[in-house]
Design a protein around this ligand. Sequence first.
Ligand code: MN
Length: 233
Amino acid sequence: MNRRDFISTTGAVVVASALPTSEVFARNDSTDFGVPVLPALPYATNALEPYIDSMTMDIHHSRHHKAYVDGLVKAEAELAKARTTGDFAMIEYWSKKAAFHGGGHFLHSMFWKIMAPPSQGGGGEPTGTLADNIRNSFGSFDAFKKQFTAAAIAVEGSGWALLHYRPADKKLIVLQAENQHKLTSWGTTPIMGIDVWEHAYYLKYQNKRADYVNAWWNIVNWKQVQENMDVLK
Ligand code: MN
């Protein structure tokens, strides 16, 4: 069974995974690999109001995330072209673009899914093994929340605060990311995070990033974060 058949016969399982492969990498019959695609939002653009306003959601998803998808497609095409022609004069440029746009596509695809309206489970505190792991890794949920909030508010310029899972020791760690990809570690995978680029909050919160970060806790979809961790175990 090749990868394409696996995806087509086990679609329900793939959709539930941390990176919903069939949603963010569409099937490509000519290569057997996926091609990056913009996944649909899992809710209406106004579903997360008043915490995130409808216009911000619409622009963020349909323009900013779309630009990362298009940028990743372009970078990978240029790298393929370089392999064909043997001309690697632009290798540094396109390698950087692949990291930036690939990071943007991954993080935004995760970001939409780890949020939900409070009426559909958003907010509150995690339960189950996710709650246990947060307690073991940070001392308490409150200590984790304070560290994560501080990391998000303090990101220099555009970036993210991210909760990563590290399979080697099963620990959860908080890291910042500048842009979409800098300041990460290896052997860890983000399972939850907040976008603190100005495009994520400026229309409603202007320059008050801390207000946005504090409001955002009301829409965290802990059930999805738990699934994102489980799939890495
Ligand atoms: Mn963004």
